[in-house]
Design a protein around this ligand. Structure first.
Ligand SMILES: Nc1ncnc2c1ncn2[C@@H]1O[C@H](COP(=O)(O)OP(=O)(O)OP(=O)(O)O)[C@@H](O)[C@H]1O
Ligand SMILES: [Mg+2]
Length: 146
């Protein structure tokens, strides 16, 4: 499959992409987000939340909480941020179980996940070349061997 790629010119564009992805992810999909600080992962997660009927203002960059669960229109929306993941302190089994559980799950700093997530979609965000508000978002498809 060819990689999908989006160019976002603004916060609104990135939000709109999140809303569109929400429809594809519901009811139980996992979206893995990676990319540098400030590249728009939380903005994208807010768009997904909005698409699921969650107030996007509830979706913050968690400082201490790794995992926050919100109630969407037709099921949970789970927002995970692994920026502060301390591998020694987190039970990977619990995290793995949660990602296989109900609801739409969006993971920021997914490159820090210590295990692969079957069936997840992965997006890599970066600052585009088109000025301050430009972002490039690429869906990376991994070839899974079984
Ligand atoms: N096209 C765009 N899409 C998303 N955010 C944009 C865009 N242009 C500018 N921005 C700005 O970039 C910042 C993105 O912040 P955001 O918190 O979403 O990043 P992040 O990837 O979650 O960072 P962190 O790694 O700290 O969690 C915001 O300040 C937002 O206003
Ligand atoms: Mg963030």
């Amino acid at each position: 499959m060819q990689n999908r790629r989006w160019l976002s010119a603004s916060v609104d564009d990135t939000r709109a992409l999140g809303r569109a992805l929400a429809a594809e992810l519901a009811p139980d999909g996992v979206l893995l987000l990676s990319g540098d600080l400030g590249c728009g992962k939380t903005v994208l997660a807010q768009g997904v939340a909005e698409g699921l009927g969650v107030d996007p203002a509830e979706v913050l960059s968690p400082t201490f909480n790794l995992i926050r669960e919100h109630r969407g229109r037709s099921g949970p929306f789970v927002h995970v941020d692994l920026y502060r993941l301390d591998p020694g302190q987190v039970d990977p089994l619990g995290l793995e179980e949660m990602l296989a559980g109900p609801g739409v799950k969006v993971v920021e700093w997914a490159e820090r996940l210590p295990f692969p997530v079957a069936g997840a979609r992965s997006l890599q965000l970066s600052r585009g070349s088109g000025g301050a508000g430009g972002r490039e978002i690429v869906e990376t498809t991994t070839t899974t061997s079984r």
